[in-house]
Structure formats: C-alpha cells, structure tokens
Design a protein around this ligand. Structure first.
Ligand code: ARG
Length: 460
C-alpha cells in the first residue's frame, strides 16, 4: 500500500472499510478544474514570495497542465486510496515532477483548499444557472408574444376570479425568475471572497500574499478571518436557498401547466415531443416533463435541508462532516439546471387552445368586480357596490345567465344607479379594457410590460 500524504505519525494503515467510508474522490473529482486553478495561483504566489524557486513553480505548473489534460482525456487514474481530489492531484503531481510538487502544499491545508475550490465551482454554477433562467425567460416571453390579446380566466383559490391577459400571467413567471436571478447574484457577490491562505484554521507564519491569490482567482478579496474562512458553509446554504426558491417557482409553473393540460381545463396542448405515453392505456398523453419539474423540486428543497442539518451542530473550525456538503450541492445544481432547461423546452412546445379558452370564458362571472368598479365610478361606496354586484350575480346564478344578459330594468330593480353605460363594463373584453392602473392586466399596461422585457431580454 502507498503511504498516505499525511502518514508520518501512523504505524498502521486504515482498514478497507474506513478507506471506503471516508473517501470523497468518487464525487469531489468534479472539483478538479477549480482545484488545479487554485493550485496554479498558489504556486505562482509562493514563487513570487520567494517561498519556492521559479523553477519549482514552472515544474509544478507544467505538471498541473499535464494532469488537467489527462483528466479531460479520461486518462487520469482516480485512486480511492488517495482519498479526495486534492490528494489525488497532489500525489499524481509528485509522481510526475518529484520534489517540487512536495512544496505545493506550503502554507496551505485541504481545509482552505477545499472551500476555495468549492467557492470557485459554485461561482461558475451560478453563472450557468443564471443563463438557463434567462433562456427560460426568453421562452416565456416568446410564448407571450405568440398569444397576443388572448384572455384567460384568472383564478384565486382555483376558483374563477377575474379575466386576465395570458401575456400578463406569463410575464408574472418572468418577473419571479428575475428575482431568482437577483438572489443568485447577491449570493455570488457575498460568496466571492477567498479562503486560500487561511490554512488549517489559524493562518500561517510564512510570508504568503493572500491578496495575490485572491486576485488571481477573481475573488474580491481574501476572507478577513482564517477561522471563519475554513468553518462556514453559509455560501452554499444561501446558494441552495436561492435554488430552492427557483425550484418552488418552477414547481408552481409545472402544477399550473399540468392542470391546464388536463381534459377538464384543456387550455394547453403540449406537442408530442414533450409528452409521454402510458404502458397500459393506449390513449394516454401525459405532461410528464412538467410533473417531474414539480417532483424534482422536492430534491432541491431536500438538498438545502440536508445542508442546514449538516451545519447546525458543528463547532468551529473544519470538521470532516463538511465533506458531506458536496453531493447536495452538486445534486441541487444539476437538478435546477435540468428543471430550467425542460421548462423552457416545454414552453417552446405548447399551444394554447384558443377555442376552448374562449368558450369557457362566460362561466364564473369574471366581470363581477368590474361591475362593482362601475358603480364606484357612479359614486356608490365600494361596500355597497360589492353588495349590488353580488345580488346581480345571484340573479344570474338562478337564471343561468351572464351579467351582460341582464336587462337594464332587471339591473335597475337591484339599484337605480345603473344606466346604459353599464354594458360597457360587462363581458370579459370590456372588463379587460378597464384595467388601466400601473401593473394591471389591461392591454396597454401589459404592452408596456412586454416592451420592458423585450428590451431587457434583448428579443428582436
Ligand atoms: N475531502 C475533504 C472535504 O471534502 C477535504 C478536507 C479534508 N481535510 C481534512 N483535514 N481531513 O471536506
């Protein structure tokens, strides 16, 4: 058996069970690129500070280049007995270039190394997720542009409430996604500080330059406190919180589209390319991708909860428990990216069943609130106008008709305030036209929202 890099004080080697149980190479090899990046910056700084020679540095850098190429070509031998990504790369570097490689870990610990790698990895992942969100926003906006003027029932309590433009609803998702981007960017900015040089926990007496490595790695500055630097995982807690909110948003979108694709609603028709069938029922065409978007939100939330529970009982500084922080983060990132991609794909592959939607609009007295607003304009106090409109609805329910089917005499028998102008407020089209205040669902308000997003998202 090869001696461990930390093996000096040990007389026995670890058991196979312990080796298998404690390894992290099976998953943390995903950090290889960022680990190499960190080592390059560290070696250059060590040479600049005179802690290693320039020739040592050059050999280290060449060795790291070689290792990176090997990994990318799938030719690198990942060894469980070398425990994790950091020691796999360092040990292989030593195999490759000998003595100079043994100087690379000067003024560095795996404790500061691992969270430097992890911050770099998360930073890149945030950028990827942000671009996936933009892609979904663009897909939703394009879907909105394709469905100009389409009125749909708006729901509260899943009961018919007021008419809205479909575009307005689609832009509501776009707004939510924009706040998700904001949360990720806030998280990225807070995350973007460098732990490297904090070493095990106490910092170092060797004359390193933490500002130099921090700069080279694109961080804003080195973290101020070495104990904090190696202890905390708040950057991933925040990241997975943002991911959980994204997942929750997408889950609601999924729920809505699954519902709308049902026979009972029938408002959307997903194309075959985003639907799947049943192994027993030949007629079935299911919106599985969006069901899974809803379903996978559970894992993303679970990943956050795993991390919160992992961290809550840990004393400062590094504890091996923290090795368990990787898989939930990798899973959360992978899952959220998949959810965003498939939601965009779904948005590009559905059509709204305009006929079905239009013929469903008369149900539910969607214009009752507009009727109350009409009475307010006539000087009736809102509570009274609510009551009058409610009594008109009660008549319609009995007569199985719509508000616009009531004659002026019938309306006037409820309140003398009604005049001919009332018909200008009834029916969903009229109703939509009345929504004019900022952020409302009226045609002009929605047009200005559309223009805002067209220029913000750079759509032609
Ligand atoms: N594989 C470890 C992790 O992921 C790296 C740090 C280990 N440090 C230590 N002293 N055992 O957290």
């Amino acid at each position: 058996k090869e001696a461990k890099l930390w093996g000096g004080r040990f007389e026995e080697s670890v058991t196979d069970a312990v080796e298998k149980f404690t390894e992290s190479i099976s998953f943390d090899k995903a950090l290889y690129k960022h680990d190499i990046m960190g080592s390059r910056a560290h070696a250059s700084m060590l040479a600049h500070q005179g802690l290693i020679s320039e020739s040592d540095r050059d050999q280290i850098l060449q060795g790291l280049d070689h290792i990176e190429r090997q990994i990318e070509a799938g030719e690198f031998e990942w060894r469980t007995d070398r425990e994790d990504v950091h020691m796999n790369i360092e040990a292989t570097l030593t195999d490759l270039v000998g003595e100079p490689a043994k100087k690379l870990h000067t003024a560095r610990s795996r404790n500061d190394q691992v969270c430097t790698d992890f911050r770099l990895w998360c930073r890149d992942s945030i950028d990827t997720i942000v671009s996936c969100i933009k892609h979904l926003q663009v897909s939703l906006l394009k879907l909105a542009l394709k469905n100009d003027g389409l009125i749909v029932p708006g729901y509260t309590h899943l009961q018919r409430a007021q008419p809205v433009l479909l575009q307005h609803l689609l832009l509501a998702y776009v707004e939510q996604l924009e706040r998700d981007v904001g949360r990720l960017q806030d998280c990225r900015a807070r995350m973007n500080f460098c732990p490297l040089g904090a070493c095990a926990l106490a910092g170092t007496g060797l004359p390193i330059d933490r500002f130099m490595t921090s700069n080279a790695l694109g961080f804003i500055a080195p973290l101020r406190n070495s104990i904090d630097a190696v202890s905390d995982r708040d950057f991933v807690l925040e990241f997975l919180s943002a991911n959980s909110i994204i997942a929750t948003h997408l889950s609601r979108l999924g729920e809505e589209w699954v519902l709308w694709a049902s026979e009972e609603f029938g408002f959307i028709i997903p194309s075959d390319s985003v639907s799947t069938g049943s192994s027993i029922m030949p007629q079935k065409k299911n919106p599985d991708p969006m069901e899974l978007v809803r379903g996978k939100s559970a894992r993303v939330i679970g990943d956050l909860v795993s991390l919160l529970v992992l961290c809550k009982g840990l004393p400062h500084a590094y504890n091996r428990d923290l090795q368990e922080d990787k898989e939930p983060v990798f899973d959360s990132v992978k899952t959220v990216i998949g959810m965003l991609e498939v939601s965009a794909e779904f948005a590009q592959n559905i059509t709204f069943n305009q006929e079905k939607i239009r013929t469903s609009l008369p149900a539910g007295h969607l214009d009752a609130t507009t009727l109350a607003d009409y009475l307010v304009k006539k000087g009736v106090p809102f509570r009274t106008s609510h009551d009058i409109s409610g009594r008109a609805v009660a008549v319609c329910v009995q007569r199985k008709c719509q508000l616009q089917d009531m004659s002026l005499e019938e309306l006037r028998s409820i309140s003398p305030v009604f005049d001919e102008e009332v018909y200008d407020f009834l029916g969903v089209e009229n109703s939509i036209r009345k929504f004019s205040s900022y952020g409302s669902t009226g045609t002009e308000c929605v047009a200005s929202q559309l223009n805002y997003w067209i220029s913000k998202l750079g759509i032609k």
